[in-house]
Ligand binder design. Structure first.
Ligand code: ADP
Ligand code: MG
Length: 714
């Protein structure tokens, strides 16, 4: 016996872990932090004083870039990058396919005397013109005007990406059509940050709490989950190679039920990988902080310290990129798909989000009554936003991969609800009902007059089942999929919250100045809570009973991607996105079209591949075993010793083989109709048969690496 699977196992188990040639000292590691980033300190050193101060204004306050300084900045950036070994530069952007895109140009240009010189001008820095006709545009860019342009986003610093044999300067950019429509994920993100900026300022003004020069900042801490499998297994699984997930595979007897992987001891090979990932992230100025084993076997997580949203989104794209590349160097493959393995947990990306004004986190209750009133107002505005626009939040996480998590018996449910924890819920109850539920000294909490007792960081486990949980001083949106860019998610979150903050600000602006401010505020908050408290849920989100309860409350339950994406283009949602200036009608319609097409294509690829694997990999193996059994059977009469067993096995495999062939034919027919929903059902049904066959076909005849191997041998 020497099957490809056994050879893969032998190759994995025989490999020896090697120490790095030289382990850098902690000092060196600290010294290197951010050394591949063209950050503020580097600019201060390398740029003429006046150029630096102009650029700093653009970076810190979002002032438009003064084009007269572009050449100086470009020159400094080039010499810095060349000093780091970069021969090329690229505008680094995030088209609507959800990945990052780059087209490299070398710095080389012909000089005099047949010599080449290194050149990089202000124009090269500020705009690029990639022929971008092959990026999804959803009808925004007609093909005769195929060009889009990329524009430097100075609020996210340039950085160096290193390959095996050289380095490239990457310049974060936005990507637009010539008529100014956003063809990427960054442009609307920057617009949504501006919408939040306006809304927060307006609210602070309504509270007479504005501070001159105070900066509004939205923060994001993105926890990233991923799986690692050995490259040997990966390359034997056409489904992993082509779709990022296993289309077949029976869960092994032991998977995650002993709960022995979560926070378990990290295996040396994985730790070596993680260490290298972190060192690379730190060089890129990405503050990777936490690393651990996740719930499923072979599943892990990395989390950085939170940063300003636009930067954190770019950084998360880089985190995914670094994970994939470092895995390759370690003979591993990093799977970022939301559900690489059926029957064990999928991977998400927890989106920790907060709002800061003048350096103060507004999601912190604060120490005086007015700060408390602002905190409660913002909290209630967010509750209102999630209740009113749960569909937009759901749509922001709708992808083919994420459908295997949301609404599919796994964390978190497809129903959007807000977790507040016991103490805050109690306060909300008091405001809403005007009554005290439990004995409380001094009666009902008076908004703007009293302070809230310090909120403990909710230590219970229940919030883990909530898609949108308040966790002490931030909201944690847990529905995003592990492979998603954080951009689209936060565009929606910012848009719906900005709209809600503006609405509350306008109500407050309308208060009667002859009457008491706090009394009017309390009444306003009470009205809003009455209407929107139905979205608050502190119980177990996985419980079947919650689904019934949520339906009774009238909360939307959008279980599939097409259902959720449809909500992008209903008139009130288009209205909201237009009103907040985040996306134009044409941009929303094009996005809807692109995301739907992407979903359908992905399902189609999975369907075709399922059929191909079932017919050309699984069926021949089963037929071979069936043939062998048939041969033994003819030489044995059922009455003879062993006859009963052979007969039973022969019948079992024969029946499943027939079933397999029938289900393949079904899937083939459905693929002709191009119906995504039916394709998913037919694939699921075919998978059931294949997974049953895995349990009866002789182990050495089974061609695909099994779950017990991929998830446990590495
Ligand atoms: P966990 O959710 O696993 O319990 P933490 O709550 O400590 O872990 O942190 C998760 C993520 O939230 C980290 O990336 C952390 O930096 C981020 N985070 C912490 N505070 C904030 C905040 N005020 N705003 C945004 N993100 C935050
Ligand atoms: Mg978390």
């Amino acid at each position: 016996m020497n099957t490809t699977r056994e050879r893969a196992i032998a190759a994995i188990t025989e490999q020896k872990l090697k120490n790095a040639d030289r382990i850098p000292s902690v000092d060196e590691i600290v010294q290197r932090y951010g050394s591949d980033v063209f950050g503020i300190e580097v600019m201060r050193k390398l740029l003429p004083k006046n150029v630096f101060s102009k650029l700093l204004k653009t970076i810190k306050n979002g002032k438009p870039l003064d084009p007269t300084i572009a050449d100086d900045v470009a020159e400094a950036m080039k010499s810095w990058a060349v000093g780091k070994g970069a021969t090329h530069y690229t505008h680094w952007f995030q088209p609507l396919n959800g990945a990052t895109a780059e087209k490299h140009d070398s710095f080389l240009e012909p000089g005099s005397d047949d010599k080449l010189i290194l050149k990089f001008s202000g124009k090269n820095l500020i705009v690029g013109e990639p022929d971008a006709s092959s990026f999804p545009s959803g009808g925004l860019r007609s093909t005769f005007e195929a060009r889009g342009y990329t524009a430097w986003d100075p609020t996210s610093p340039a950085f160096i990406r290193r390959g095996l044999n050289g380095a490239t300067l990457c310049i974060p950019t936005a990507f637009c059509s010539y008529t100014g429509e956003a063809l990427d994920k960054k442009t609307p993100l920057l617009r949504s940050i501006m919408a939040m900026d306006r809304a927060v300022r307006r609210l602070m003004k309504a509270f007479h709490a504005e501070q001159s020069g105070a900066h509004v900042s939205i923060s994001l801490g993105a926890e990233q989950e991923y799986f690692l499998v050995d490259r040997h297994f990966y390359s034997l699984r056409p489904d992993l190679v082509q779709t990022g997930r296993t289309l077949f595979g029976a869960p092994p007897p032991k998977h995650q039920q002993l709960e022995d992987h979560y926070f378990g001891v990290i295996k040396p090979r994985i730790l070596a990988f993680m260490t290298e990932v972190e060192q690379e992230l730190w060089r890129l100025g990405i503050p990777a902080k936490t690393r651990h084993n996740e719930v499923a076997p072979a599943q892990f997580e990395v989390a950085p310290i939170f940063e300003e949203l636009n930067l954190a989104v770019d950084h998360n794209m880089l985190v995914m990129d670094v994970l994939r590349q470092v895995a390759e160097r370690h003979g591993l493959v990093c799977l970022l798909h939301e559900k690489p393995f059926a029957g064990v947990n999928g991977s998400g990306k927890h989106n920790n989000w907060s709002i800061t004004y003048g350096g103060r986190n507004l999601l912190n209750p604060g120490s005086d009554p007015r700060q408390n009133a602002i905190f409660l107002t913002i909290l209630i505005a967010i509750i209102r936003a999630v209740d009113q626009h749960a569909d937009l939040l759901r749509a922001s996480v709708a992808t083919a991969g994420n459908d295997h998590r949301l609404g599919a018996n796994e964390a978190p449910p497809a129903i959007m609800s807000v977790f507040l924890g016991e103490q805050l819920t109690d306060i909300m109850d008091q405001i809403e009902s005007g009554k005290v539920k439990r004995a409380r000294r001094g009666g009902v909490l008076k908004v703007g007059v009293e302070t809230i007792p310090t909120l403990p960081r909710d230590a219970t486990d229940r919030n883990r089942t909530s898609p949108f949980a308040f966790t002490g001083n931030k909201f944690e949106f847990r529905a995003p999929g592990s492979s998603q860019s954080c951009a689209g998610i936060n565009v929606m979150l910012n848009a719906i919250v900005a709209e809600s903050l503006e609405t509350l600000a306008s109500r407050i602006e309308d208060f009667d100045s002859a009457k008491d401010f706090n009394t009017q505020l309390q009444a306003t908050l009470q009205r809003i809570l009455k209407k929107h408290k139905k979205v608050i849920f502190n119980g177990n989100g996985y419980d079947e009973a919650w689904i019934h309860e949520a339906h009774r409350r009238g909360l939307p339950d959008l279980r599939t991607t097409p259902e959720a994406l449809k909500r992008l283009i209903v008139p009130e949602n288009i209205g909201l996105l237009e009103k907040t200036g985040v996306l134009s009608r044409a941009e929303i319609i094009s996005r809807h079209e692109i995301f739907m097409a992407e979903y359908q294509r992905k399902i189609r690829i999975e369907g075709e591949l399922s059929l191909l694997i079932a017919r050309t990999v699984v069926e021949p193996a089963v037929t071979e075993q069936f043939g062998a059994l048939a041969a033994i059977r003819t030489s044995l009469s059922p009455g003879k010793t062993g006859g009963r067993a052979v007969e039973a096995k022969f019948r079992r495999i024969g029946a499943l083989l027939d079933d397999l062939s029938m289900k393949c034919d079904d899937l083939e027919q459905i693929l002709k109709k191009d119906d995504a929903e039916k394709t998913v059902d037919a694939m699921t049904s075919l998978r059931r048969t294949v997974d049953l066959l895995e349990g009866v076909v002789a182990d050495d005849k089974w061609p695909l690496p099994k779950y017990r191997e991929m998830l446990f041998i590495y």
